[in-house]
Design a protein around this ligand. Structure first.
Ligand SMILES: O=C1O[C@H](COP(=O)(O)O)[C@@H](O)[C@H](O)[C@H]1O
Length: 236
């Protein structure tokens, strides 16, 4: 496995989660506007989970030409959109609203009997999109996972391989609940803007410990292997 240079992330700290959401939405909107100006379209990958709700609401109201924006997911559970655990359902309900309702959405979940087949279908579809990503918005779990790179995932090295030819891969991890689909490390960190959006003292402790010591948790590996410094957005 090849390794990229590790560049220390840059911290953006806010007094409140509302202030974080407004600032992050503004930064992402700027990145999308710049991409549209440069190449006529923009490509954004967002996370699911409980953290991005305020950010999604703020970003959905940003004025830009959303008809030229494609939105996909950093990762997804192997569940249909009817499930309350679907990241696609969350993105559609919270981000693809208001101004952003004009954006195109590309899901990772595809109906199939196995997550492997679903990942093959997603990989074929997602690779037709306008790569590279202009912005990747990662989250992080309390166990140090980001995207669906769980510390106990089967074949974690392959998911985190900087030379991976895959864009979407299936994930099995006991700690994850259901199987998952994830964008691979090079697909995620190739974005012009890579953000880790975390909130609360516990997640701050986890990422600070991960950045300071070995063994590397997945969040640390992702940040170490990116070609440019990531932006950490944090509020208590
Ligand atoms: O499983 C997931 O969890 C992480 C973090 O979620 P949160 O609820 O602690 O905010 C998220 O980034 C990822 O997209 C999601 O699939």
């Amino acid at each position: 496995m090849s390794a990229m240079a590790g560049i220390a992330p840059h911290w953006n700290e806010f007094a409140t989660r509302e202030e974080l959401a407004a600032s992050l939405a503004s930064a992402v909107a700027d990145a999308l506007r710049a991409a549209i100006g440069r190449r006529g379209e923009a490509f954004l990958a967002v996370s699911g989970g409980s953290t991005p709700g305020r950010f999604f609401a703020a970003l959905s109201k940003e004025a830009l030409d959303w008809s030229k924006v494609t939105v996909t997911l950093v990762d997804e559970r192997f569940v249909p959109e009817s499930s309350p655990r679907s990241n696609a359902a969350l993105a559609k309900a919270s981000l693809l609203q208001n101004e952003a309702s004009a954006a195109r959405f590309a899901p990772l979940f595809h109906e199939a009997s196995t997550v492997e087949t679903s990942a093959d279908l997603a990989d074929a579809e997602i690779r037709t999109l306008p790569w590279p990503l202009d912005a990747t918005i990662l989250g992080m779990g309390g166990d140090g996972h980001t995207a669906s790179f769980f510390p106990d995932a089967d074949g974690l090295d392959a998911l985190l391989d900087t030379a991976s030819a895959r864009i979407v891969m299936p994930v099995h991890a006991d700690s994850a609940g259901e199987p998952r689909l994830t964008l691979t490390l090079p697909a995620l960190v190739g974005a012009g803007l890579v953000v880790v959006h975390i909130e609360g003292a516990e997640k701050r402790n986890v990422i600070e410990a991960a950045l300071a010591s070995e063994p590397a948790l997945p969040i640390r590996t992702v940040l170490d292997r990116g070609p440019r410094a990531a932006e950490i957005y944090w509020a208590p």
